[in-house]
Write a new protein. Structure first.
Length: 367
């Protein structure tokens, strides 16, 4: 097996699949990438048994077709350090692969391709096409609300739901909830809900670019697969029941407050500097024309910020984790944000004033 390829043409698929390479595995083969040479095409595959990434490249094949596995991290470091547009030649011999480029020579040990695990074949029972920009928006709008290493393992991921002409993403860590939906009249989908694990979600964000190109999505009973012209991504699903978030959506909010998102973000960011590092609590005091934001920490330091608002209701004081509110303000694209409040002990609903595509719920804190 012998082939040559331009460094740039190899680097892109190598970077694409490297996200699925297992770094601390007890199985050495999971630290390798499977190279599959057939005619003038090269297929690269990496997996950690939960995710599988496949990418493609064109090569100048000078030998037989075949498969081998090469250590991912070392190969990537070699390719990155070679000069731009250099031609790399791979020659497989017994348990090694030799790389040559100009005056550079490398010899890497390989592992048998037959030992490389592949995710079993499966059929997606729900499939649809979305623009990459839409899928990215759906996931980026909610991913920050996923739990991280929660014992309720089904919260360490994102619920992706299809129903009719709607696709929704939902994430919650028990203290906050994020929902985003995309309506596409060309879709007619069955009602389906799957939980994609946290690592898979972060990998999808890394892979997608915000362009108006179609990407194919398949949902199966145990897997989700996303297929693009440059890559194929597969992730196992979390086996569990996602909580019925509709039951916790606040319905009693009768106080609506709309303000400029950027102004609010700036005053909250400044106040958060002196909030308790562990709990990140800030106090919001609403009166008719003024929002007063205060934060304290155990060192007895205090921050106080004021913002002019229109709040034609009774005075209200409520505490929040400022990080949660700032995450929401960063995710909302509208210039104006709308808060729907009830009382000091009720969750707040935050959404963009114009779009209504995404909705966020943040629980209050006792301060």
């Amino acid at each position: 097996m012998k082939f040559s390829i331009n460094r740039e043409l190899l680097l892109k698929p190598l970077l694409l699949v490297s996200g699925a390479v297992e770094r601390k595995s007890t199985l050495p083969i999971l630290g390798n990438i499977l190279f599959d040479v057939s005619a003038s095409s090269l297929t690269l595959t990496a997996t950690d048994l939960e995710l599988e990434m496949v990418a493609y490249a064109e090569i100048d094949n000078q030998g037989d077709q075949g498969k081998l596995t090469i250590p991912a991290r070392k190969l990537l470091d070699i390719c990155k350090s070679l000069p731009e547009n250099s031609i790399i030649t791979f020659t497989a011999e017994a348990d090694t692969v030799k790389l040559s480029s100009g005056r550079s020579r490398y010899s890497l040990s390989t592992l048998a391709a037959t030992d490389f695990p592949n995710i079993e074949e499966w059929k997606g029972d729900v499939e649809f096409k979305l623009l990459k920009s839409e899928l990215l928006r759906l996931i980026e709008s909610t991913h920050f609300s996923m739990a991280n290493q929660d014992v309720r393992y089904y919260l360490n991921g994102m619920s992706i739901e299809s129903e009719g002409n709607e696709i929704r993403s939902v994430a919650t860590d028990g203290h906050r909830l994020a929902i985003c939906k995309i309506v596409n009249d060309s879709l007619s989908l069955p009602a389906r809900q799957v939980i994609v694990p946290r690592k898979g979600i972060l990998e999808i964000i890394r892979l997608l670019s915000p362009v108006d190109e179609d990407v194919q999505v398949y949902l199966g009973s145990n897997h989700i697969r996303i297929i693009d012209s440059e890559f194929s991504f597969t992730s196992k699903l979390v086996d569990g029941r996602f909580p019925d978030y509709r039951r916790v959506l606040p319905r009693n909010g009768d106080k609506i407050f709309v303000t400029n998102k950027e102004q609010l973000r700036q005053v909250l960011s400044r106040a958060s500097i002196l909030s308790n590092e562990k709990f990140k609590g800030v106090r919001l005091n609403f009166s008719n024309s003024l929002l007063k934001i205060t934060a304290n920490n155990p060192e007895q330091e205090q921050a106080e910020e004021e913002l002019e608002i229109d709040f034609p209701y009774e005075n209200l004081e409520v505490g929040f984790n400022v990080s949660y509110v700032l995450d929401v303000l960063s995710a909302i694209k509208d210039e104006q944000v709308k808060f729907t409040l009830a009382d000091a002990n009720s969750s707040v609903v935050i959404e963009g004033d114009a779009s209504g595509e995404a909705l966020y719920v943040v629980m209050p804190m006792r301060l």
